[in-house]
Design a protein around this ligand. Structure first.
Ligand SMILES: Nc1ncnc2c1ncn2[C@@H]1O[C@H](COP(=O)(O)OP(=O)(O)O)[C@@H](O)[C@H]1O
Ligand SMILES: [Mg+2]
Length: 233
């Protein structure tokens, strides 16, 4: 029997057999402004409500900025209270390489009973890493080991990935991250010729899950991210 954890995104769990597979590693990819950070916060809030310890590792924004980003949402104050009482711990790190990132995360997950983890985001972490073909095998192995370590602790992890603007068809920087992750969710902005656009979510893969394969529209409102119609575009 596969244990499921609620995603914290209204409308998503019914598309994925009730929730994420507990202890799995989910890649959440999207261009800037598609809602990755908000998604990550809702995912942790859901866990915090059930008393789960949650960790948000930010390589981009300060913890204060993240709290301020979500403060306006209807659940913003609740989120802030969980941050204040450390049910949700947010830390900022500027790692110079994956070794530093991995050992930091290893320390964090080894020190307490963390159930949910968000890394915001892997693309920032990889910025300085070499793209030469000699190194790519090594980076792949390092990222693989990082995901493996999180899984071995049965921590459900959301790894955010920035899709570059000019490469809309790419999911990740090196093109292997999506193969290593158990699940891949892509957030997008679909533009129509008419000048209108709609936010959309696609479950690209989810191991051990019979998931919806369509593209679903979603909204960001004062309530945060919500998939209102389980009807595909
Ligand atoms: N109250 C709100 N109502 C509607 N949209 C919002 C609201 N707050 C933020 N947004 C949208 O969310 C976007 C930011 O989402 P964020 O999770 O920070 O994106 P990412 O992390 O993918 O760059 C903003 O660009 C804006 O479009
Ligand atoms: Mg962000």
């Amino acid at each position: 029997m596969t244990n499921r954890v609620k995603s914290g995104i209204p409308g998503l769990d019914q598309l994925i057999e009730g929730g994420f597979v507990e202890g799995s590693c989910i890649l959440l990819a999207g261009q800037t402004g598609t809602g990755k950070t908000i998604f990550g916060c809702q995912f942790l809030l859901e866990g915090a409500k059930s008393g789960e310890r949650c960790f948000y590792l930010s390589l981009e924004e300060s913890p204060e900025d993240i709290v301020n980003d979500v403060k306006r949402f209807t659940w913003g104050n609740e989120f802030q209270r969980f941050v204040e009482n450390k049910t949700i711990q947010i830390e900022f790190l500027m790692p110079s390489d994956i070794k530093e990132l991995s050992s930091y995360i290893k320390n964090v997950v080894g020190s307490g009973n963390i159930r949910r983890f968000v890394l915001d985001n892997l693309s920032v972490a990889m910025m300085g890493w070499s793209e030469s073909s000699l190194e790519i095998g090594k980076i792949r192995a390092d990222v693989f080991n990082l995901f493996k370590m999180l899984k071995s602790k049965k921590i459900t992890s959301l790894i955010l990935v920035e899709i570059p603007e000019e490469r809309t068809r790419a999911v990740s920087r090196f093109g292997f991250e999506e193969f290593i992750a158990d699940s891949v969710i892509i957030l997008n902005y679909l533009e129509f010729g008419t000048g209108t656009s709609v936010r959309s979510l696609l479950i690209r893969k989810m191991r051990r899950t019979k998931h919806a394969v369509d593209i679903f529209p979603f909204q960001i409102s004062d309530e945060g991210i919500k998939i209102s119609y389980s009807k595909p575009i």
